[in-house]
Design a protein around this ligand. Structure first.
Ligand code: HEC
Length: 149
């Protein structure tokens, strides 16, 4: 009886850990996909003149980046290292092996985003700040994101 209780308890713990791992993967992917949409379908088209400048939409996008910057330090816990990542991208093991380097990329992204939040008030200031944000996304991806295939 006692043994059954222990076995069931251990199984439940294991299942809880897998769920937590999947939640962490989903949170990271959902956050990154929202970032991608904000760059590609909100800010990008405004910069190119394909959509009218919309301060509320700009603020929402920059707030999403700011929220991302706050989540990034803990977004990839060690528990997701061996998780199954659906889709084309997964975190590089360098996130854990070179934590100082990763943290530096997060800090740099956070700084550029908070500067943009303070400065972007019209189309010209959006145009001035947009490329810098894109460079920060790319700089982290280059080293800390893997593409399948
Ligand atoms: C400090 C690191 C870092 C920064 C900064 C960062 N990303 Fe990512 N991004 C990652 C990692 C790691 C992955 C792969 C794991 C994942 O999908 O969450 C990723 C994945 C993605 C994906 C693919 C998501 C999917 O599942 O299809 C997109 C799109 C994306 N990022 C967009 C952005 C954009 C846009 C920015 C800037 C506004 C940005 N990221 C900033 C680390 C970062």
């Amino acid at each position: 009886m006692m043994r059954t209780v222990i076995v069931v308890g251990t199984l439940l713990l294991g299942a809880g850990a897998v769920l937590a791992q999947q939640d962490a993967v989903k949170l990271a992917q959902d956050t990154m996909k929202a970032n991608g949409r904000n760059m590609g379908t909100v800010l990008g088209p405004m910069v190119k003149g394909e959509k009218p400048y919309d301060q509320a939409a700009v603020d929402a996008a920059l707030n999403q980046f700011d929220d991302t910057a706050k989540k990034l330090p803990t977004m990839f816990p060690a528990s997701v290292k061996n998780a199954k990542w659906e889709g084309d991208f997964s975190p590089s093991p360098k996130i854990w092996d070179d934590k100082a380097g990763y943290d530096a990329k997060v800090a740099s992204f956070a700084k550029v985003v908070s500067e943009a939040k303070a400065k972007v008030k019209d189309l010209d200031s959006l145009k001035a700040n947009f490329p810098g944000i894109g460079r920060e996304c790319g700089a982290c991806h280059e080293t800390y994101r893997l593409k399948k295939g």
